[in-house]
Design a protein around this ligand. Structure first.
Ligand code: ATP
Length: 805
């Protein structure tokens, strides 16, 4: 460890910063406290520095000439020790700059006086603090005042006693007191041999340095290096003053605290993994971290600057909170209410073919568009409502404005109206559609805003973003199911994918949040919230993102309702046959001993007819003949093989002879009757007054058959659906949708009713009886044929075996 020169004063005497030395500070990975040793010339400052570091790093000599010139430094772990040139040696140049540099940078200032606590020394110290502004912006520096080479017997309270004296120069004493609320006094006796008394003095100095060190200003290396550079520029230029230097260093320090609070906050903030309906980000936690640091250092006196950095922190915290909130909302497929208002408004306008253009502000400021003379800017943003949209864009109600755009802020409030669009840039192909579409495209090319356009001619809603314009079809969904069609959805995603690329969003996770957000916005204009939760965009988004996501997709609900019944024969024939063979004790995987001859010339299949081919029966007959597992002795195996060959032959005869064995006429009859009876009962339930209500004769509604009740229900549903698009009448009361669009309501109600009826009577629909009976016959035949296969074989059924023996 050796002392290195940080500042020197080559002729003509301007401060010179040694960059190579500064770099060692800059690269330090630790937080640094700065101990600056300043004071009178030849007072033994370098020697004290050596004693504190317990090694000879700073040059000392018993000469009258100055030994230390400029500022030497030693980096010792978390401590940066500054040994500064003395200021009042008659044999050296007196440079106040050095005193200023030491005072400005110090976390702890060791001020050394030679031999006695002198008035001149106190004045020098106060001289560095005289400016009133400095006192406003003081650094939280500690003072350790050392009288070195002392021959007098000072009390520990000597400094306080001296500061309490009134010599008619209260100013400098007050300055010291206010600048250094934490101060210590140490006297070190004159002793060239370094005896006990000298060592005691040094111990007192070390104790003073260790006391309250937690409330000291600390810098990280890079920030401290930045502060020193700034300082050197000011000192080098010669026009420095302490307040500005302090302000500069203070700024660096506060910036460090802002970053530290930000880091602490980021560690505590909840991670967005799944949608949390109670998601909340408490930005006060981050502010509190900053406030705690300020309080620890008693920095209240520099309130102006602290306030400024506090506000900067608050801004950053709000940005993070907003980003997390958006991510959470995106995961939950939620949307703000205003988007629903916008969607309903567009739906109404497009239904009535009223043209409109709305610019929705996103991150980018839209002020340049609003500065046009025709634009009307609201002092307080107006809330958006369907009624507002209707009145504003209707050409008869508002002839002066309907051709211009209305601009909304991110919260869906109207910022300005009558906003004209800039011309389309050269070279951009003119989109189909009218002037509104061109205007929308042009705004979207110049900002990140979404522009929603309702076409007057076609009554269609389109959205422009980042120079892309696409129709979202009629926002008035005619389909009672509200679903966005698969193709339409793919189109949107594809276009969003292009946008994503064009935005060059670097982080995948951030990109996905953005993506989800855009998607939500777009779909939010198409369909009511809630219904599009099932559009299930996550799989698509994951497919698009080739890198693993930072947060997983929401867990998909496990599939329920899997039927315990054998699968329907006509759909999953092979599975049904497997189950049947297994039930009879025949291993499905075992290699067949005899191949099936079904379908060969010897055993031909029947001609195709209404009932043939039956897939399950065909599959069953095509399976090879296998032996059930049994005792492994040769005698029995031979017997078993013979039996199997007999079984096959017998079964083949059956195939040729009989077309519907295994089921009796009676069984078929019973099945037919059961089907018809159940169907009749179900139909009665649908179309007749319930028996209980007939007997009881209670309220009028209970008397109605299910069909009539359903009719009323469907009508109400249809009305509900159209109610969301209805405008209000002159008094502001919502208009009855049945009066407004009678035929639309009637049509939708009829369609819903037919759907319900189909659902209720589905199992008894025409053709179902044939299907049912066919399945029954096939099942019975397969059962009978399985019995033929295992007849006489040693299936793990002991009784059969004994019978044979
Ligand atoms: N307590 C002490 N008792 C006796 N001698 C001392 C004591 N402290 C320092 N000295 C001696 O004083 C001399 C000057 O010390 P040093 O070189 O450390 O002074 P300095 O303050 O660093 O000088 P400069 O202002 O030139 O940098 C040295 O010879 C040193 O041994």
């Amino acid at each position: 460890m050796v002392g290195q020169k940080l500042f020197s004063f080559p002729p003509p005497g301007r401060a010179h910063l040694h960059e190579e030395v500064l770099q060692s500070i800059e690269q330090s990975s630790r937080k640094l406290r700065v101990i600056a040793i300043v004071g009178e010339g030849r007072a033994g400052k370098s020697q004290l520095g050596n004693e504190l570091l317990q090694t000879n790093v700073f040059a000392t000599a018993a000469t009258p000439e100055a030994v230390t010139e400029g500022v030497d430094i030693v980096l010792d772990g978390g401590r940066l020790v500054l040994d500064c040139e003395g200021f009042n040696n008659a044999l050296a140049s007196s440079r106040l700059e050095v005193l200023l540099i030491g005072t400005a940078l110090a976390s702890t200032l060791i001020f050394v006086m030679d031999g006695k606590l002198s008035e001149e020394g106190l004045n020098m110290l106060a001289g560095a603090l005289t400016e009133a502004q400095l006192l406003e912006k003081q650094l939280p520096t500690r003072l350790v005042l050392v009288v070195n080479k002392c021959t007098l017997d000072y009390k520990a309270s000597a400094l306080e006693d001296a500061l309490a004296k009134d010599h008619g120069r209260r100013d400098s004493r007050d300055a010291i007191k206010r600048a250094f609320p934490r101060r210590h006094f140490v006297a070190i006796p004159f002793d060239p041999s370094g005896g006990d008394a000298y060592q005691q003095g040094l111990n007192a100095l070390r104790a003073a340095l260790d006391a309250e060190s937690s409330s000291e200003l600390v810098f990280d290396g890079a920030r401290l290096a930045g502060a020193i550079r700034g300082l050197s520029i000011k000192v080098g230029a010669g026009d420095f003053d302490l307040p500005s230097i302090h302000q500069h260093i203070m700024g660096e320090f506060l910036q460090g605290e802002v970053d530290a609070a930000m880091d602490g906050f980021m560690r505590r903030i909840p991670k967005v993994i799944e949608y949390d309906p109670d998601f909340k980000v408490d930005i006060d936690a981050g502010i509190n971290l900053f406030d705690a640091a300020i309080q620890r250092l008693s920095l209240h006196t520099c309130s102006g600057q602290v306030h400024q950095f506090r506000e900067q922190l608050q801004g950053k915290l709000e940005d993070v909170a907003e980003e997390r909130r958006t991510a959470n909302e995106a995961l939950g497929n939620r949307t703000e209410p205003w988007r629903d208002v916008l969607r309903r408004g567009c739906a109404l306008l497009s239904a009535r073919q009223v043209g409109a253009r709305l610019v929705v502000q996103r991150k980018q400021d839209l002020s340049p568009f609003l500065s046009s003379p025709s634009a009307i800017r609201f002092d307080t943003p107006e809330p958006l409502s369907v009624r507002w949209m209707w009145r504003h864009f209707h050409p008869e109600l508002n002839p002066s404005s309907h051709d211009f755009a209305a601009v909304l802020n991110q919260h869906g409030q109207v910022l300005a109206v009558r906003v004209p669009a800039p011309a389309l840039p050269d070279g951009v192909p003119v989109p189909r559609g009218n002037a509104r579409h061109k205007a929308a495209l042009s705004v979207s090319l110049r900002s990140d805003a979404w522009v929603v356009v309702v076409s007057q001619e076609r009554g269609e809603t389109s959205v422009a973003c980042a120079g892309q314009l696409w129709d979202v079809g009629s926002a008035f969904p005619d389909d009672s199911d509200y679903a966005v069609h698969e193709q339409q959805r793919r189109d949107l995603l594809l276009k969003l994918g292009l946008l994503w690329e064009s935005r060059q969003i670097s982080s995948k996770a951030k990109g996905l949040v953005w993506y989800a957000e855009e998607f939500r916005f777009l779909v939010g204009i198409l369909v009511p919230p809630g219904t599009y939760a099932r559009l299930d965009m996550w799989p698509v988004l994951r497919m698009l993102a080739d890198a693993p996501l930072e947060f997983p997709a929401p867990r998909l609900r496990p599939r329920t309702g899997q039927s315990a019944l054998p699968p329907a024969s006509w759909r999953r024939a092979a599975e049904w046959v497997d189950l049947e063979l297994e039930r009879a004790g025949l291993p499905v995987e075992a290699a067949a001993v005899l191949e099936s001859r079904w379908g060969s010339d010897d055993v031909p299949q029947p001609e195709p007819s209404v009932l043939w081919p039956q897939p399950a029966l065909d599959d069953h007959r095509s399976r090879g003949f296998a032996l059930p597992g049994g005792p492994d002795n040769k005698e029995t195996q031979k017997k078993q093989l013979k039996q199997l060959a007999d079984n096959q032959q017998r079964l083949e005869e059956l195939w040729k002879m009989s077309n519907s064995h295994g089921i009796s006429w009676d069984e078929l009859d019973t099945a037919f009757v059961a089907f018809a009876k159940e169907g009749k009962r179900r139909y009665a339930q649908w179309s007749q007054v319930p028996q209980a209500a007939k007997a009881g004769g209670d309220s009028a509604k209970a008397d109605l058959p299910k069909a009539a009740k359903m009719k009323l229900e469907c009508e109400a549903k249809a009305k509900d659906f159209y109610a969301q698009f209805r405008p209000s009448d002159e008094e502001g009361n919502p208009v009855d949708p049945k009066r407004m669009w009678p035929s639309r309501v009637r049509r939708l109600a009829a369609r819903l009713f037919v759907q319900e009826k189909k659902k209720f009577l589905a199992p008894w629909a025409p053709g179902k009886l044939t299907g049912n009976l066919q399945a029954l016959v096939a099942a019975k035949m397969i059962r009978r044929e399985t019995h033929e296969r295992i007849y006489g074989l040693a299936v793990p059924d002991k009784e059969e075996e004994t019978k044979e023996n």
